[in-house]
Write a protein that binds this ligand. Structure first.
Ligand code: ZN
Length: 67
């Protein structure tokens, strides 16, 4: 089992796409709630952590970390 760690600034992909057509989000807050900003339209959502962890299918690695 793999445990993902998320931090502010991470780009993640979600199962469902936003109405604007994008599936990519930037994490702007982590904690009890996650705040995600849609990269397609800039819409922000706040989701409880467990829910956010379920929605997110993968983290887009765009830098040195390679895992
Ligand atoms: Zn959107």
């Amino acid at each position: 089992m793999m445990r993902m760690e998320y931090k502010i600034g991470d780009i993640v992909r979600t199962k469902k796409q936003h109405p604007c057509g994008s599936k990519l989000w930037e994490i702007t807050r982590v904690g009890v709630d996650f705040k995600l900003k849609c990269l397609g339209c800039g819409h922000m959502i706040t989701v409880e952590r467990p829910k956010a962890l379920k929605m997110i299918t993968k983290k887009i690695e765009d830098n040195k970390e390679d895992k």
